[in-house]
Design a protein around this ligand. Sequence first.
Ligand SMILES: Nc1ncnc2c1ncn2[C@@H]1O[C@H](COP(=O)(O)OP(=O)(O)OP(=O)(O)O)[C@@H](O)[C@H]1O
Length: 589
Amino acid sequence: MSTKDYQDLNNVVLLNTFQIDKKRYRVFYNNETLIWEKEKSNKNKISIPIHDVISVSYPNRKNSSTTSTPQHTQQAFPVLNTTTSYNSVEIQNNSINNVDDFRCFTINYAKRCIDPKVQDVGSASSKKSCHNINNWRIHSITLHNNDKYIIKEWHDTLSKILNSLKRPRKLLLFINPYGGKKNALQLYEKYAKPIFQMANVDVSVIISQRPNQIFDLVMQQHLDQFDGIACSGGDGTFSELFNGLIYRKMMNEHSSSLENNEQLNIDFDNIQTPDIPCGIIPAGSTDTIAYCMHGTTDVKTCIIHIVLGQTTGLDISSISTDRGLIKFYASVVAYGYLGDIAFENDQYRFLGPKRYEYVGFKKILMNRGYDAELMLLQEPESNSSQVNENSNVCDNEQELKCYENCNVCSKPRTYNNNNNNNTDVIKPDNEGDEKYKRITGKFFMVNSANISCACERSPSGFSPYCHLGDGYMHLVLVRHGGFFQNIKLLLKLASKKGQIAEYPFVELYRTKKFYFKALNSNSEGSLTDSTLPISVGPNRYSSVWNCDGEVVQDTDVVVRSHRQLLTVYRRGAISEDAVESSNGCCCCC
Ligand SMILES: Nc1ncnc2c1ncn2[C@@H]1O[C@H](COP(=O)(O)OP(=O)(O)OP(=O)(O)O)[C@@H](O)[C@H]1O
């Protein structure tokens, strides 16, 4: 679309009177906003940004030519022989030859479910499901007018404007039928398919049939025909998806080094953002990433954000050894307690999401501590990057949680990845290196959070003030102590208020990079030595890493944050306080 066309669409003004639910309304469109209000009073004025309108449609006529046409066939995206199932969303065909008969059209829009009393149109269960202010719901209004030209004008103009928005038109969706409660397929049929149909998104669905298949497919197949990619599953499924996208991008940029597995050549400070935005439909056990992105794991909400197409940058961190990159993660890498849980978790998958509680409790009773040494990169401008030193938070920025339109994340980079090049890539070669803070001790767990790691079970997460797009990780170190210390920690994690960093046995650091070395019987040296022992699972001396829920066996690693490396479909959460202070007008305007 040309710039002039865009300008023309931006300047569109529509104003007419319609009947909605047998009452007369003035309906107005201008400046990217749709407004309708009762003709005789301006009470109940409803205002919807065009960005929240999902689609406009004519009513389905009986015996009309409306058809459902499968948009994709196997040829559209060839996959490995018969190992992958295919399905396609059928798109309702609204391009009816003769629209003269229509005296009405429908606007489908999405709205944040701020008011628990707001009814989800067409759903009796909406009251029950709208308990979270970050849940979104779809509403529809049908506008009637006897003048068919007015109807056509509105329908066509709004359709044109919606088509000019950057939204996924062709989406590739992976479904993991194995994660969480094993209900991803049912969730797709029940929630995703109708919303994709309503939004006229042409979806190709692939059901994964083995671990790592999503990663392999994303790496191998041509994705050019898609303008969005999503997965339905838990954090592990999303991890496969974005790892595939980032590796693929790296492969395109530095094909020789990756193909030959010469990973040492990876320029960690210059990893490029994949071109395609991605989304997640939660169907896992914890769904931490979806929760942190949207403030909810509500399935409809996450689908709505995909179809509305608004995107933001999400920090991604990498974990590597001297031998090369291991993988990228979006939520947390954790050593010790959570590493041990991840290692044992899969044996208890038959318990479903409850396995976390069972294995977690076992590990709390065992109360293992692991000796380790860390070197973390300090901020050039400050001597210490500890956030909770003297139980205080360093500066205002660190007191802000990451919400919609976050100022911290939208700040221009004060550094670019290249700036780190001269100093950052140098491994700390002596303990006195000013840029690195050395920390040693026996730890119950060491967590590097890329996001707050909040989830339904832990509404604040390990690090409530960790931002999604500021380029920093929060390194949360929990010193080894007694059994009751661990219980205190878990209770705090499960509560809505406060953060674990308030405890004296917890240290919180903000950093872009750190080195970790397990100090066990096999490797008594310090980080400056180059031996990299590999353990085969948690033992008396060393644990393993839990990387977005998957086990990484290497103990001695380098962890780096890559600012906004991934583009995700997301609007962001809002805080409950913001709603309370908005004097209740949110449900009517
Ligand atoms: N068809 C399949 N059969 C077996 N495993 C699969 C299949 N498809 C994907 N997987 C694997 O299932 C694992 C678990 O998936 P996922 O992490 O999404 O669910 P979860 O562990 O229940 O949720 P969460 O990570 O949110 O706690 C992933 O490691 C993925 O590689």
